[in-house]
Design a protein around this ligand. Structure first.
Ligand SMILES: Nc1ncnc2c1ncn2[C@@H]1O[C@H](COP(=O)(O)OP(=O)(O)OP(=O)(O)O)[C@@H](O)[C@H]1O
Length: 786
C-alpha cells in the first residue's frame, strides 16, 4: 500500500473530521429530538418553575432550613434509579455501544500503558541488544497496528449496529413518549418519579380537580390544607400523594447528605418512626384508605398499616412492630392504644402529617372525645406566628425539628366552614388552645391539631355538593308500601350494584328478610356486626356485579366500590350531609349513577328541607311503570305474611331455647304446667300455622317462578332483549321447566318476539329517558311473523 503524501493525508484527515462531525451531528439529531420530546413529557421537569416565571402559588418549596421537611429540588432525582423507562435511562442504553467502544479503546490504551509500564527486560549485550531493540520496536509497532485495525473494524461494525439501534431506539422513544404522554396532565404536579410510576400503573390519566389543587400547596409549598370536594373525587390521593412525595424527598435528601454529614443525615428521613397519622370515622373506610395508599406505597417501600377496632390484638401488635411510617385508623382504637402507651403511637415527635378524613363525621358524637384526646397528645406545632412563643414554651418534649414540620390536612365532601373561620385563616390569626367561641367543632379540632394560618382552603363543592354525574329522583309512596317499591326497583331496574340505605338496624333486618323471602340475595352491613362479618359483606358485595347491599349509615361515608349504579334511600338520613355521602357511593370518579329516595308522607317535610339545602328546585319523580304494581303487591303481601310467621316462630324458639339453656346452666328441670287441653290447643295452633306457612310459601314460589311482569303482559312470547339479569334468569328457568324453546332467547326468525324496552334495564337509563318516552310503553310487543 502506498503511503499518502502529506497534503493528501491532510486532505483525508480533513475529510474524516468533517465526516465524523457530520456523523456526530446526525447522531445528535436522531437522539436528541426524541429525547427532547420525552424530556418535555416528563412530569417533574417541564413545569419546574424558571426563576423569572416563579410564581408564589406553585413555586418549588426548597425549605427554609434543613429541618423544614426537606422539600427537594426534583432536578436532583435520577429517574433511571427507579427503574423508570425515561430518557435518562434510555440514554444509558443508547450509549451502550459507545461505552463498549470506549471500553475497548481503553483496553487498547491500557494495553499500551501496560506495555509501557511493563518491567524492563534485562539488558542484553550491546550488539545483540541493538538488534533486539529494533526487533522489539518492530513487534510493538506491529501489535499496535493490529490493535488499531481491530478497533477500526469494531468501530465500523459498531457504526452499523449503532445505526440499527438508533432506528430501534427511535421507535422505542416514540412508543414510550406516546405511553407517557397519556399521563402528561400530571406534569404540573411535579411528583416524584416513583409516584408517577404508580400513577401510570393504576392508569390514572389525569389528576382530579381536588388533587390538582391540593398537591402543589401541600407537597411543594408545605401548606396545611382544608379540602372539600364532591364524593368520589379522589380526596384520598389529594392528601396521600403529598405525604409520599415528602417522604421520598426526605429520603433523597438523606441519601445525598449521607456522604457529607454521615450519621446526621438520618434526621432528614428518620426511620422506624411514625410520620403520618390518618384518622377516619369507620373501620371500612380505614381499610379502604390503607389499601388505596398501599397501592402507591409498594413502589416506594413505605409501610402503611390500618389500626381499627375488631382487629385481633396479636395482629395489631404484629403490625405495629413493623414500625410503619403511615398509620390509618379509627379514633376509638387509636386512642385505646395511645392511652395504653403503645410505643410507636406515642412517640409522635417525628409526626409530619396529621390527617382528618371525613372530618365532619369525626366530630359527631361517638368520635369527638377520643379524637380530641388524640389531638391533645400531638406535639405542639409552630402553627401561628402570634402564638409561636407560647407554643414553644408549652412544648417541652419536642424538638424544634418536629414542631416545625407537621402538616395538617382536613378533608371531607361536606366541609362547611364558617365565614368566621375562613376570615381567621385569612387573617392568619389562628391560635391554638385559645378561645374558640363561635366556631364549629371541625374548626376547633383543626385549630387544636395545629392548623397553620396560611392553610390552603380548597373548597370545590358546587352549590348542590352532589356529584355532577348523579341523577337524583324520588318515589312518593305510603310507608307500608316502601318494601313493594324497593322490590320493584330491584327486580325491574336491578342492573349493576345497588346499595339500599336505612337509618335503623331494625329496618335493615326487616328489608333484608323480606327480600330474601322474595328470592333476592342481599348482603347486610351495620355497626353491630362483627368486624369480620362486615368485611365479608363488603367483599361479597364487591364480588357480585349485580350485588345488593342493605346498609345503615356506617356504609355512607367513603366506601369506594366500583360499579355501584343505584343508591336507594329507603329511609331518609338524619342530615343533609349524610344524604350527600350516601348518594356519593354511586357516580364516583366520573362514572354515572342515580339515587332514588322513597318518600312517605312522614318524610315529606324532611325531604323538602333537604332539597332546599342543596338548592334543588325539584328532584325528578322516578319513572314508575304502575302496571307492575299489582303483581309486586301480591308477592309482597305473601312475603310479609311469611316473614311475620317465621319471625314469630323463631322468636318462640329463641325464647324457649334461652329458657332451657338458662335452666340447664342452673341445673334445673323446666316443668311444663300446661294442661293437656292447652297442650293440644298449642299443638293444633302450631300445626295450623305451619300449614299456613307452607301454603303461603307454595303460592309465593309459584309467583316467583315466573318473571315479574305487568298486568297486561302476554307471556306467550317472552324474550330477554333488554331485561334485567334477574328477569332473564327467571325466563330461562321457566323455559327449562316448560321445555319450551320459544321462551329462550334465540335468533330463529320464526319465533315470536317481545322486546322489553331497553330503557327499563336500569334506573339511570329509566330516569334519563323518562322525559323522552312514554312509560306505559315499556313492553313493545313486536310479532314479526304475525
Ligand atoms: N386521578 C384519578 N383518576 C382516576 N381515578 C382516580 C383518580 N384519583 C382517584 N381515583 C379513583 O377514584 C375513586 C374515588 O377516590 P376516593 O375514594 O379518594 O374519593 P373521595 O373523594 O375520598 O370520596 P368520598 O368523599 O366518598 O370518600 C377511587 O376508586 C380512586 O381509585
Amino acid at each position: 500500500m502506498s503511503t499518502p503524501s502529506p497534503p493528501q493525508r491532510q486532505q483525508e484527515e480533513k475529510q474524516s473530521v468533517s465526516l465524523s462531525k457530520k456523523k456526530n451531528q446526525k447522531r445528535k439529531r436522531t437522539k436528541h429530538d426524541p429525547e427532547l420530546g420525552r424530556l418535555d413529557s416528563l412530569p417533574w421537569n417541564s413545569s419546574l418553575p424558571n426563576e423569572e416565571e416563579e410564581d408564589d402559588t406553585f413555586s418549588l418549596f426548597i425549605g427554609s432550613g434543613d429541618l423544614d421537611g426537606g422539600f427537594l429540588s426534583l432536578e436532583e432525582i435520577d429517574e433511571s434509579d427507579y427503574g423508570l423507562d425515561v430518557p435518562g435511562a434510555k440514554k444509558k442504553i443508547s450509549n451502550k455501544n459507545s461505552k463498549l467502544k470506549k471500553q475497548k479503546l481503553e483496553e487498547v490504551t491500557e494495553g499500551s500503558r501496560e506495555d509501557a509500564e511493563a518491567e524492563p527486560e534485562p539488558e542484553p549485550a550491546e550488539g545483540m541488544a541493538e538488534e533486539k531493540n529494533v526487533k522489539a520496536k518492530k513487534k510493538k509497532k506491529k501489535s499496535k497496528k493490529k490493535k488499531a485495525k481491530a478497533v477500526q473494524q469494531e468501530d465500523e461494525s459498531a457504526t452499523v449496529i449503532d445505526s440499527k439501534d438508533d432506528e430501534k431506539e427511535q421507535m422505542l422513544y416514540e412508543d414510550e413518549a406516546e405511553a407517557y404522554a397519556e399521563f402528561y396532565a400530571w406534569n404540573e404536579l411535579r411528583l416524584h418519579p416513583l409516584l408517577m410510576k404508580s400513577i401510570s400503573r393504576l392508569g390514572f390519566k389525569e389528576p382530579t380537580p381536588i388533587q390538582r389543587t391540593c398537591i402543589p400547596a401541600a407537597a411543594h409549598q408545605g401548606k396545611d390544607v382544608l379540602g372539600a370536594a364532591e364524593t368520589g373525587s379522589g380526596k384520598t390521593l389529594a392528601f396521600g400523594l403529598p405525604i409520599f412525595q415528602r417522604l421520598l424527598e426526605e429520603r433523597e435528601k438523606a441519601a445525598n447528605m449521607l456522604e457529607e454529614k454521615g450519621e446526621e443525615a438520618g434526621k432528614y428521613a428518620p426511620k422506624g418512626v411514625l410520620r403520618a397519622l390518618i384518622i377516619t370515622p369507620t373501620r371500612e373506610l380505614t381499610l379502604q384508605i390503607t389499601d388505596h395508599l398501599k397501592e402507591f406505597a409498594k413502589d416506594i417501600n413505605v409501610r402503611v398499616v390500618p389500626i381499627v377496632g375488631g382487629m385481633s390484638a396479636e395482629k395489631q401488635e404484629r403490625l405495629l412492630k413493623t414500625r410503619p411510617e403511615v398509620i390509618v385508623g379509627t379514633p376509638g382504637r387509636l386512642w385505646e392504644l395511645m392511652s395504653g402507651g403503645e410505643k410507636h403511637l406515642v412517640e409522635l415527635h417525628s409526626l409530619s402529617f396529621f390527617v382528618l378524613d371525613e372530618a365532619d363525621r369525626m366530630v359527631e358524637a361517638g368520635h369527638f372525645r377520643e379524637l380530641q384526646s388524640i389531638i391533645e397528645m400531638l406535639p405542639m406545632t409552630s402553627g401561628t406566628t402570634e402564638g409561636q412563643s407560647q407554643d414553644t414554651q408549652n412544648c417541652v418534649t419536642v424538638s424544634s425539628l418536629s414542631r416545625k414540620k407537621r402538616q395538617t390536612f382536613v378533608f371531607s365532601a361536606t366541609l362547611a366552614l364558617s365565614a368566621d373561620f375562613r376570615k381567621k385563616l385569612k387573617r392568619g390569626s389562628l391560635k391554638s388552645k385559645q378561645s374558640t367561641d363561635g366556631l364549629n367543632s371541625i374548626e376547633i379540632l383543626s385549630e387544636r391539631a395545629g392548623m397553620k394560618p396560611n392553610a390552603a382552603i380548597v373548597d370545590l363543592t358546587n352549590a348542590s355538593i352532589l356529584a355532577k354525574n348523579l341523577e337524583e329522583s324520588f318515589i312518593e309512596c305510603r310507608e307500608e308500601d316502601k318494601d313493594a317499591y324497593l322490590y320493584y326497583i330491584l327486580s325491574i331496574h336491578g342492573e349493576g350494584r345497588t346499595i339500599v340505605f336505612c337509618t335503623s338496624i331494625a329496618a335493615l333486618r326487616h328489608i333484608s328478610s323480606i327480600l330474601r323471602i322474595l328470592g333476592i340475595n342481599v348482603s347486610t352491613l351495620h355497626a353491630q356486626m362483627q368486624q369480620r362479618a362486615r368485611l365479608k359483606a363488603i367483599d361479597r358485595f364487591r364480588a357480585n356485579e349485580h350485588g345488593i347491599l342493605v346498609a345503615t349509615d356506617v356504609a355512607a361515608r367513603g366506601l369506594d366500590i366500583p360499579g355501584v349504579r343505584t343508591v336507594v334511600h329507603y329511609q331518609l338520613p338524619h342530615s343533609a350531609e349524610v344524604y350527600v355521602h350516601r348518594s356519593g357511593r354511586t357516580a364516583r370518579a366520573s362514572s354515572d349513577g342515580c339515587s332514588i329516595a322513597l318518600i312517605s308522607p312522614n318524610d315529606s317535610a324532611k325531604f323538602a328541607s333537604l332539597c332546599k339545602s342543596f338548592a334543588k328546585e325539584s328532584i325528578k319523580h322516578f319513572p314508575l311503570e304502575s302496571s307492575y304494581m299489582p303483581e309486586v303487591m301480591k308477592r309482597l303481601s305473601l312475603a310479609c305474611q311469611i316473614d311475620k310467621i317465621s319471625r314469630k316462630d323463631s322468636q318462640e324458639r329463641a325464647n324457649k331455647s334461652w329458657l332451657e339453656r338458662s335452666a340447664e346452666s342452673l341445673e334445673l328441670v323446666v316443668e311444663n304446667y300446661d294442661s293437656e287441653e292447652e297442650r293440644v290447643k298449642n299443638f293444633k295452633q302450631k300445626k295450623a300455622s305451619s300449614n299456613h306457612l307452607k301454603k303461603l310459601q307454595q303460592e309465593l314460589n309459584g309467583l316467583l317462578s315466573r318473571p315479574l311482569r305487568p298486568k297486561t303482559f302476554s307471556h306467550r312470547y317472552p324474550t330477554a332483549a333488554g331485561v334485567t339479569h334477574l328477569i332473564q334468569h327467571q325466563f330461562e328457568e321457566l323455559a327449562k321447566q316448560n321445555g319450551d324453546d320459544n321462551l329462550v332467547l334465540g335468533e330463529n326468525k320464526r319465533r315470536k318476539m317481545v322486546v322489553i324496552g331497553q330503557d327499563c334495564v336500569e334506573p339511570l337509563q329509566a330516569l334519563r329517558s323518562a322525559g323522552r318516552e312514554r312509560w306505559t310503553c315499556i313492553f313493545h310487543v313486536r310479532n314479526h311473523d304475525r
